[in-house]
Structures are given as C-alpha cells and as structure tokens.
Design a protein around this ligand. Structure first.
Ligand SMILES: NC(=O)c1ccc[n+]([C@@H]2O[C@H](COP(=O)([O-])OP(=O)(O)OC[C@H]3O[C@@H](n4cnc5c(N)ncnc54)[C@H](OP(=O)(O)O)[C@@H]3O)[C@@H](O)[C@H]2O)c1
Length: 326
C-alpha cells in the first residue's frame, strides 16, 4: 500500500510516498481502508524533532511512528478479535494522533474505542476534517472551559482548523461570542456564530479590560498579563494552542499555580481522542448545529506541501486530501 513516510527529522521534504505492508488488526482493532484525510498541527509540529526534549516521546534519533497523519474517514474492511462494535463495510472516522498516527496511507489499524460512524450528512472529504480538530474544540469549550449560556467568551484564532469549531461550539453552548481574526476572515466568523469580531491587525487586545468570562486561545500570541487583564475577576483562560510553544507548555504545566482559588483560572488543554466525544460531534453535524470549514482539497502527493502551508499559520479552516476515491 502507499503511505507518506518520515524516516528522518527535518522539513516537510523529508516526507516520501513509499510502498509499505498492509497492517493486520490486533485485539479490538479494525482494518480501515482510508478514503480521505485532513491536515493538523501535529503533522508539522513533530516533523523536526524540536525542541529536542520532544524526542523523548517521538523517537530519539529518528521518528518512531514513520507513517504520518492524524485523522481520516474510511471504511472497515476487516475486524480484529474482540472488535464487536462495528461491522465490515461501516463507514467510520477517527483521530489516531495518540495511537501511533498512520492516516496518510491506504490502510490503517485502529482501536474501535477511537472510532465513530461517519456523519450521514457528509461525504468522506468533509468528514475527515472533523475528528482531531472538532474534538479538541469540544474538550476546550465544554470540558476545560465549562462555558455556560450567556457568558462572554473570546475566541482568539477563530478562523483555523480548530478555531472554526471552537466558534461554532461556543455559540452552540449559548455563549456571547467574540472572535479574533484578521479582516479576511471577519465574514466567515460572523457566519459561524460570532456576535462580535475583533480584527487583530487593527485593534490590540491589550487595551481591553475585565470583559470576558472565558478566553479560548487557539492561535496568535498575547502575554499572560494581557490575558489576565482581559478576564473578568472570576474568568477562565483555556490555552489550546498559539504561536509560543513556551507559553503553551507553561500554562499547561503551571496554570494551576498562577490560578486563584476564587479568582482567575488558567488551564492548558491536552485533547484526548475518544469515540464517545467524536460521536457527540457527529450528532451535532447531522443535526446541522456545526459544520466543517474546508479551505481546500489537495492530492495525496501534495500532502507534504499542504503541511508546509499549514505551518505558516494562515489557513482558514481545514486542508483535506483524497487517499482512495474508489
Ligand atoms: N491542545 C491540544 O490538544 C491541541 C490539539 C490540536 C491543535 N492544537 C493547537 O491549536 C492551534 C491551532 O491549530 P489549528 O489547526 O486551528 O491552526 P491553524 O488552522 O493553522 O490556524 C490558522 C488560523 O489562525 C489564524 N491566526 C494566525 N495568527 C493569528 C493571530 N495572531 N491572531 C488570531 N488568529 C490568528 C489565521 O487567520 P489569519 O490568516 O486571519 O491570521 C488562520 O486562519 C495550534 O497551535 C495547534 O498546535 C492543540
């Protein structure tokens, strides 16, 4: 089968399309013929093996998970032992960033607890844009953010893969939503449910005080002091991502230390893929509560180029690719 393989750390040009063996499903796994895939931040964040400390998880001298790719939409072609929740022929979606990657390939073996049935209302291309990004957004807004109806919520980086879902979910949970984007994404943000939009190229956030119950930081950079200033006295920050890895690690590891018991709270999110949250997302999609935003469709061979483009940080929504059209 064909697969996009990384044998060494480096830029996106180290990724090669190679022939590899079709895997065999183990206990509680199914073999899936991948139809489509979508690109995500881990596809570029883990490429270079930097900072070096990250190699403790990804492989010291060379990447231990050679076949890349986090999310997919496909069809089950074989059941492993104990894989009783699904049938051969079921169309499913999943995020395997915590399960060894491998979505950039013709076939992948996946534990059934990570899967959900593909939404009936979407084709494979749009369905591949859901698993990692939408579940991350759900866990940020609902679980860590605990957004309540009528709260004022600020979504910074509201136009990318994760941000477009954060915006829609913040709206779904009844938030009074302000999106931070650049001018070219203002209309998209309003259409996805933002009540107000701040153009970050024109209005610095540092001049706003005491305004938000919840900030979801998905992209861009603001100092921790600025976040403190933006929050109401008992407001919460949820850091999903952004331009400073140092800040993301700091808030994720030490957010509890700088939080106040009866005051402002700071949390980082480490999203955890699971079939239950993914099925919840699929329901929302089929009920037309949320939808994926696709920036463009690329070919399988162009995935490395797509990863380089994603790294530049200005894709609106998701980049998706066909793996097998038949
Ligand atoms: N915590 C977790 O478990 C987890 C899981 C998945 C992803 N993440 C992280 O989440 C972040 C976002 O991922 P993503 O896939 O959504 O990224 P992305 O798609 O690359 O985000 C691109 C978007 O960000 C906007 N943007 C760029 N600079 C901005 C700024 N200064 N202020 C506001 N918006 C800005 C861009 O809009 P303009 O072109 O208009 O600037 C673009 O639409 C990444 O840092 C990723 O590592 C974390």
């Amino acid at each position: 089968m064909k697969a996009i393989v990384q044998e060494e750390y480096g830029m996106a040009d180290v990724l090669k399309v190679l022939e590899v063996e079709i895997p065999t499903p183990k206990n509680e796994e199914v073999l899936i013929r991948v139809k489509t895939t979508a690109l995500n931040a881990p596809d570029w964040r883990l490429l270079r093996g930097k900072p070096f400390i990250m190699r403790m998880m990804t492989g010291l001298a060379r990447p231990k998970n050679k076949i890349k790719g986090c999310e997919f939409s496909g069809q089950i072609v074989e059941l492993g032992q104990g894989a009783t929740e699904f049938q051969v022929g079921d169309e499913v979606i999943g995020d395997i960033a915590d399960y060894g990657f491998g979505a950039f390939s013709d076939y992948v073996c996946v534990k059934t607890s990570l899967l959900a049935k593909k939404p009936q209302s979407l084709g494979h291309l749009e369905a591949a844009a859901l698993p990692l990004a939408a579940v991350t957004a759900l866990q940020g807004v609902r679980d860590i953010g605990q957004l309540k109806a009528k709260e004022d919520v600020l979504v910074i980086g509201a136009s990318g893969g994760v941000g477009t879902y954060v915006l829609q979910l913040a709206n779904y949970y009844g938030g009074n939503v302000t999106a931070v984007t650049s001018e070219r994404n203002v209309e998209q943000a309003k259409e996805l449910g933002a009540h107000e939009v701040i153009d970050y190229t024109k209005k610095p956030l540092v001049n706003i005080m005491n305004k938000y119950d919840l900030i979801i930081a998905v992209n861009g950079y603001n100092t921790t002091k600025t976040y403190k200033k933006l929050l109401k006295p008992q407001g919460r920050l949820v850091m999903i991502g952004g331009k400073s890895m140092k800040q993301i690690i700091f808030i994720t590891a030490f957010g509890g230390w700088i939080s106040r018991k009866k005051g402002k709270k700071f949390n980082g999110l480490l999203a955890k893929a699971n079939g239950k949250d993914l099925s919840f997302i699929v329901n929302l999609v089929d009920n037309k509560e949320i939808r994926p935003v696709i920036e463009k469709e690329i070919s399988f061979e162009d995935i490395p180029k797509g990863i380089s483009e994603l790294e530049k940080g200005h894709v609106s929504g998701k980049i998706v690719a066909w793996v097998n059209k038949d």
